[in-house]
Ligand binder design. Structure first.
Ligand SMILES: *[C@@H]1O[C@H](CO)[C@@H](O)[C@H](O)[C@H]1NC(C)=O
Ligand SMILES: *[C@@H]1O[C@H](CO)[C@@H](O)[C@H](O)[C@H]1NC(C)=O
Ligand SMILES: *[C@@H]1O[C@H](CO)[C@@H](O)[C@H](O)[C@H]1NC(C)=O
Ligand SMILES: *[C@@H]1O[C@H](CO)[C@@H](O)[C@H](O)[C@H]1NC(C)=O
Ligand SMILES: *[C@@H]1O[C@H](CO)[C@@H](O)[C@H](O)[C@H]1NC(C)=O
Ligand SMILES: *[C@@H]1O[C@H](CO)[C@@H](O)[C@H](O)[C@H]1NC(C)=O
Ligand SMILES: *[C@@H]1O[C@H](CO)[C@@H](O)[C@H](O)[C@H]1NC(C)=O
Ligand SMILES: *[C@@H]1O[C@H](CO)[C@@H](O)[C@H](O)[C@H]1NC(C)=O
Ligand SMILES: *[C@@H]1O[C@H](CO)[C@@H](O)[C@H](O)[C@H]1NC(C)=O
Ligand SMILES: *[C@@H]1O[C@H](CO)[C@@H](O)[C@H](O)[C@H]1NC(C)=O
Length: 548
């Protein structure tokens, strides 16, 4: 499917390459800069590093930070810090004083979500009174990225480039005037500058909060193994995270980064769609995308009319509106500012967010019949780590060549950190049965409504799930566990049998592990990923096609 889109673009891309510099500046044209210059490299003979020069001064390391245990309050990522250093306009309809970057679904920079959003009004990610965090499991997403080749922003730029070539070209004025000389400046797939910062900051924050758990590795005499996938942005994501956590250049010597191959047909828990064929089937794994596009067809009529009144030679469709909203997000995330953002009203941004809510709820959340199966790999690996049981069953995306080998799948770490894609994070939340995310039930696909499921809070850039394992004095049993998504502690009393409502989101470690083992049992990878069925939109599948 992607291949077809790409092939379709080839003639256009190929012809763009041979154009001269002036012609490249056509509206909608695509250009790329290349740094560093070819043939250059850093000269470490002329510019020796720290070891080469010597004289490092005093190097006392101090005690590892342990803010999750020691801080008087928790450091949330709110307000403008979440998008620093990006410049984000106010919406078109005046100064509403809203942060539009929080309405961009999976293209939002991550921001702290209050636990009260999910009903826990009186807790924070800090270790609760009488508890200490003894182990932490992190699952996180890459930061801001360029769009997929051939996706909506690319299509829009191609449409504008075509429009310049037709008789009379096109003419834009008023709010759309900038389009007269707009060119497409984005790359494809790679981590952007702000994305790099998001992952670096996440690593630094993680060290600040959980640094003391590294002492466990010191006692064992081993280095941590952190995992990611082979795509360039995923590798860079893990490296930036490690650089933030361990420092530059120390990260190169202080952590083993395991890169799992992501390509069609290869088992990889971080990229299960490569082996789960139904993930890409329109009537099964991507019913959400179809429903979201249908929603967009009705949601932007007023906006289309307004913008169409300021351009001739181009007919604006709902597809173009989504593309322009995405350009607002992608250009801001990659270039630091986008002229597209101030074209849209507060309501447009609310509809844009809801478009993503629908898409993700039905593609990778409870409304999908293939979500839990895709999350089953990470789920099984969590259970293996929780129970220190080697050899998790490879009846899903697990690669037993890796997971049966303690070098690549160690079971005695106090800190785990795996990087993956937002779809897989959400698939995994579905597999983990984190039902607080879906508590308001299936999302209506015809009109926007309030719901517990907000894509920008669940799958933004650098989204991260932290699972804390704790030892508590005042609970029985003393070993407890809780789940924290973008700083919101999630209630799990509805998720796992044997868990009662707890103000800090705690539950007995053993009860949760037992329920997760039951989840592993009940998720049918073979049928959900390879069965012949037709999914129904608007249903709570609990992420599974085959149930009961
Ligand atoms: C938690 O706070 C919200 C408002 O933030 C309120 O609507 C809700 O009733 C509170 N819940 C509890 C259990 O106090
Ligand atoms: C641009 O025009 C070419 C030639 O007519 C067409 O094949 C292509 O689909 C158009 N591209 C877009 C994005 O509309
Ligand atoms: C297991 O992973 C390795 C490295 O990522 C890869 O080369 C191999 O093909 C995978 N095995 C299977 C069965 O997919
Ligand atoms: C929006 O416009 C489309 C296409 O013109 C039309 O089919 C639809 O009924 C309109 N929706 C609303 C809510 O006005
Ligand atoms: C826009 O739509 C009108 C009415 O359908 C049509 O006549 C016109 O050719 C279209 N213009 C372009 C540039 O596609
Ligand atoms: C790869 O996944 C398939 C399907 O789950 C499984 O049957 C096979 O054993 C796995 N291979 C390895 C090497 O893990
Ligand atoms: C932890 O696992 C690693 C990898 O298998 C191993 O090298 C190390 O000895 C183990 N440490 C302990 C204390 O078991
Ligand atoms: C390190 O942490 C692991 C996982 O929590 C635990 O099994 C192990 O006993 C700890 N080792 C030491 C020396 O504290
Ligand atoms: C998963 O959550 C649902 C909804 O709260 C609950 O009915 C079900 O029992 C849970 N499943 C397991 C295995 O605990
Ligand atoms: C899938 O099921 C449909 C409806 O029963 C049937 O028409 C179709 O041939 C089946 N496809 C395959 C590949 O078995």
């Amino acid at each position: 499917m992607m291949l077809l889109v790409l092939l379709g673009l080839l003639p256009y891309l190929a012809s763009a390459v041979v154009l001269d510099k002036k012609a490249e500046a056509y509206v909608g044209s695509t250009t790329s800069d290349i740094f560093p210059p070819t043939g250059t490299k850093v000269n470490s003979d002329l510019f020796p590093g720290e070891t080469g020069v010597g004289y490092p001064g005093v190097t006392v390391t101090g005690v590892e930070p342990a803010a999750v245990q020691t801080a008087a309050s928790y450091a949330y990522n709110t307000g403008s810090l979440s998008s620093y250093p990006l410049v984000v306009d106010q919406p078109e309809d005046g100064d509403q004083n809203i942060d539009i970057s929080k309405y961009w679904g999976n293209l939002s920079p991550w921001y702290s979500v209050p636990s009260s959003f999910y009903g826990l009004n009186d807790t924070t990610p800090l270790a609760p009174e009488g508890c200490s965090v003894t182990q932490v499991h992190l699952l996180y997403r890459h930061g801001a990225r360029y769009p997929t080749s051939g996706s909506a922003p690319y299509q829009f730029s191609g449409k504008m480039a075509n429009a310049t070539k037709q008789q009379g070209g096109f003419n834009a004025w008023g709010e759309l005037e900038f389009l007269n000389d707009w060119t497409f400046k984005l790359g494809a797939e790679l981590l952007t500058v702000s994305g790099r910062l998001q992952n670096f900051a996440l690593g630094a924050a993680f060290r600040q909060q959980y640094g003391y758990l590294l002492n466990n590795f010191t006692e064992q005499g081993t280095l941590p193994v952190f995992r990611t996938e082979s795509q360039d942005r995923m590798v860079k994501t893990a490296e930036n995270f490690a650089a933030g956590m361990f420092g530059v250049p120390e990260y190169m010597d202080q952590v083993n980064i395991e890169i799992m191959v992501e390509t069609s047909g290869v088992n990889n828990t971080g990229a299960p769609y490569e082996t789960c064929t139904n993930s890409n089937v329109a009537s099964r794994g991507s019913i959400g995308s179809t429903a979201a596009n249908a929603f967009a067809k009705n949601a932007f009529n007023g906006t289309i009319d307004r913008l169409q009144g300021q351009i001739t030679g181009v007919n604006i469709t709902s597809t173009d509106i989504i593309a322009m909203l995405q350009l607002c997000s992608y250009e801001t995330d990659a270039l630091g500012y986008s002229a597209f953002c101030k074209l849209f009203t507060k309501e447009d941004f609310e509809n844009y967010e809801y478009y993503y809510d629908i898409s993700f709820y039905y593609n990778n959340g409870a409304g999908s019949p293939v979500a839990a199966a895709q999350g089953k790999g990470f789920l099984s690996e969590f259970v293996a780590r929780f129970t220190q049981t080697p050899n998790p069953a490879a009846d899903n995306s697990i690669n037993s060549t890796l997971d049966n080998n303690p070098t690549y799948f160690p079971l005695n770490q106090s800190i785990y950190a795996d990087a993956t894609h937002e779809v897989i994070l959400l698939d995994t939340f579905t597999a983990l049965n984190l039902s607080a995310l879906f508590s308001s039930g299936p999302l209506p696909t015809d009109k926007r409504t309030q719901s517990s499921f907000k894509a920008s809070q669940v799958v933004p850039f650098a989204t991260h799930l932290v699972i804390q394992v704790l030892e508590c004095q005042n609970t029985s049993p003393s070993k407890q566990i809780r789940f924290i998504l973008n700083d919101a502690v999630l209630p799990i009393d509805q998720s796992y049998e044997g868990c009662e409502w707890n103000k800090d989101g705690l539950c007995s470690f053993d009860n949760v592990v037992r329920a997760l083992q039951q989840r592993v049992e009940e998720i049918d990878w073979e049928y959900d990923c390879h069965g012949n069925y037709t999914a129904v939109l608007g249903k709570d599948y609990n992420g599974r096609a085959r149930r009961g």
